[in-house]
Design a protein around this ligand. Structure first.
Ligand code: BT5
Length: 319
């Protein structure tokens, strides 16, 4: 009922009387008043006037599904699990994926207590100023072709930031979202597969949105950035998240149609890696060379100084 009232208030965009709401929903005026107070406790700003009724003014800065705009019929985000705090959205997403959750389920948390990066690294996400979420998909693809999903997610993120904030970011292979030479976000893709068959893929995305520099731990202060630090003002996390989910669905569908080339071309256009001299570190090996391109399966092709051209599937890049 609370959410139905919220919907009416948002759609009306001007004062609507308690009586009109109670008629529309077939509940008492006292019930309407009670639910409006609950919405206020949730952080919604709703004006009231004894003569005119109620008027919606402002939503709280939360990533609750009521605030994320998902077009009708879109499967990514049609099922959202929202938490105020969780250890890691990726860990939870893997758990529910193992239990059979729907394709396209999205797990969102305002705060993570044990956010994870790749190879056991930590991801600082202890504040509700960022966007921390995971998408569960069950693609009909060969396990070795999954890397293109990470590239697709980075393209969706960069395009959504451009659309909702007017800010142009770059992508550093394989998973860093870069702004002004600093790390704005990262993607952690985790896979459950058997030979020749993918059970599910969890695409975990972390983006710094409204943090100030002091929010970041001392160790990453020199290399991290948020959209607010760059733009000088806060951004709407809910709008950005909605746009990422919508764009990701579109790109995801094109992967299933085998249109990887399109995604790779877009990715290359945003890349800060291709065409640059790079150092590739993987396990205890290091290669130096020029990053030439990305293959259709997402591997980075590097023309190394020893004359060998290598296809790199994992590792760290320094540009
Ligand atoms: C990543 O790892 O960049 C992937 C990060 C994915 C985080 C999301 S949040 C939602 C979902 N749930 C999770 O538990 N994880 C995913 P990697 O490339 O390994 O980068 C990790 C490194 O980035 C750390 O070692 C730090 O140096 C740096 N770092 C940590 N937190 C950061 C932050 N908030 N902003 C910028 N850099 C950060």
């Amino acid at each position: 009922m609370k959410n139905k009232i919220l919907k009416i208030l948002k759609e009306e965009d001007k004062y609507i009387s308690g009586e009109d709401i109670s008629k529309a929903l077939n509940v008492s005026r006292t019930a309407v008043w009670k639910h409006i107070n609950e919405l206020r406790n949730d952080g919604y700003v709703i004006q009231s006037s004894s003569k005119k009724g109620y008027r919606f003014l402002k939503a709280p800065d939360i990533l609750d599904k009521r605030e994320i705009n998902i077009p009708k019929g879109q499967f990514i985000g049609s099922n959202i699990r929202y938490f105020e705090e969780i250890d890691s959205t990726n860990s939870y997403a893997k758990k529910i994926a193992n239990e059979g959750c729907a394709h396209g389920t999205v797990v969102i948390s305002e705060v993570q207590t044990m956010g994870r990066g790749r190879v056991g690294r930590q991801w600082q996400s202890d504040t509700a100023e960022g966007i921390w979420f995971s998408i569960v998909v069950r693609p009909d693809l060969e396990p070795e072709n999954i890397q293109v999903i990470t590239l697709a997610a980075s393209v969706a993120v960069v395009e959504a930031i451009k659309e909702t904030c007017g800010i142009i970011c770059g992508i550093k292979w394989p998973n860093d979202i870069i702004l002004n030479g600093r790390k704005l976000g990262g993607i952690l893709t985790e896979l459950s597969a058997e030979p020749g068959h993918v059970n599910y893929v969890v695409v975990g995305i972390g983006l710094n949105a409204n943090q100030d520099l002091e929010h970041f731990d001392y160790e990453i202060r020199q290399k991290a950035i948020s959209l607010k630090m760059y733009a000088g003002k806060s951004i709407s996390r809910a709008n950005l998240l909605g746009s990422i989910l919508t764009r990701f669905e579109k790109i995801y569908k094109s992967i299933l149609l085998g249109e990887n080339r399109d995604i790779i071309d877009k990715w290359t256009a945003y890349s800060v890696t291709i065409g640059k001299e790079v150092k590739v570190a993987y396990k205890d090996m290091e290669y130096f060379g020029k990053a030439l391109s990305v293959a259709s399966d997402g591997r980075l092709i590097v023309e190394c100084k020893d004359g060998v051209t290598r296809e790199i599937s994992a590792g760290e890049i320094q540009v």
